[in-house]
Ligand binder design. Structure first.
Ligand SMILES: *[C@@H]1O[C@H](CO)[C@@H](O)[C@H](O)[C@H]1NC(C)=O
Ligand SMILES: *[C@@H]1O[C@H](CO)[C@@H](O)[C@H](O)[C@H]1NC(C)=O
Length: 250
């Protein structure tokens, strides 16, 4: 009997003519199947609403079952995805589009926003689905997550280049403060332009040219020996201005 029930559920799930209707409602975006029910995923409410939470609460009043939260299957507010006033309700894409743009957290649609809507790498070093919001803010985890699981922390579009700590941009003068270089090289790679990928792309472009401007400094050989050409403390513009030939920069 149990297996018949299971196969019925499976058949229903895979047959396109059936609309799966979870307790969350007709729209299953940002949910996962926990074994017995569709529940909101970790990234369903991880973002902030674009307009105020108070306005969202009026536009998208919570279902009688309660507010949307990861792990529960409370009904998604109907106005998030339909113009109907009762379930089962047909999905109206315009309603969804507006909800994703204005109130993604209230509607449990954070995973559909551009920061969270991208593919993770094929073989991530950690399980992307178990990443917590504390990990998203952790200096230890953030750069690894940006590279392997960008969708888990809203880091889509970062190209894997992020600040490990979130407040680097508060004072960008730290990028050029001499005593801060070890710090910014580790923690403020995005704000201060220290990502390996940006180094790679600049040296990649240099390999495409065949002649270089003359060095403007006679000390380039010594500087190069001390890492001038590779140390990201110096910008490509600075390296090109002083030692274009020695550093092989176009
Ligand atoms: C989100 O919901 C739409 C229906 O509105 C569906 O076509 C789409 O496949 C869903 N996307 C995901 C990732 O579940
Ligand atoms: C799945 O989620 C439902 C709704 O929140 C809950 O009642 C049920 O116990 C969960 N099942 C498992 C296996 O966690």
């Amino acid at each position: 009997m149990f297996s018949v029930l299971i196969s019925l559920i499976v058949a229903t799930w895979f047959s396109p003519e059936f609309q799966v209707e979870g307790a969350v409602g007709s729209d299953l975006n940002c949910t996962t199947y926990n074994g017995t029910a569709f529940v909101y995923s970790n990234t369903a409410t991880i973002c902030a609403n674009v307009i105020s939470d108070a306005a969202c609460a009026v536009l998208y009043p919570a279902d009688t079952t309660g507010a949307v939260a990861p792990g529960n299957d409370n009904g998604r507010p109907l106005t998030c995805y339909t113009t109907a006033t009762a379930t089962p309700a047909a999905i109206v894409q315009d309603m969804k589009t507006a909800a994703i743009a204005d109130c993604p957290a209230t509607c449990g649609y954070c995973c559909e926003t551009s920061a969270y809507d991208c593919a993770n790498v094929a073989y991530p070093r950690l399980d992307c689905s178990t990443i917590t919001s504390a990990q998203c803010l952790s200096a230890t985890w953030r750069t690894i997550i940006a590279e392997d699981c960008p969708s888990a922390c809203g880091l889509c579009g970062s190209g894997g280049c992020v600040d490990a700590v979130v407040d680097c941009a508060n004072d960008v003068t730290i990028c050029t403060t001499v005593g801060m270089q070890d710090f910014v090289n580790e923690y403020c790679q995005y704000t201060c332009g220290r990502c390996a990928s940006s180094t790679t792309s600049s040296s990649g472009s240099s390999s495409s040219c065949t002649s270089y401007a003359a060095d403007s400094s006679s000390a380039c050989a010594d500087w190069a020996a001390n890492g001038f050409c590779t140390n990201t403390f110096y910008t490509v513009a600075q390296r090109t201005a002083y030692c274009a030939t020695t550093c092989k920069l176009c």
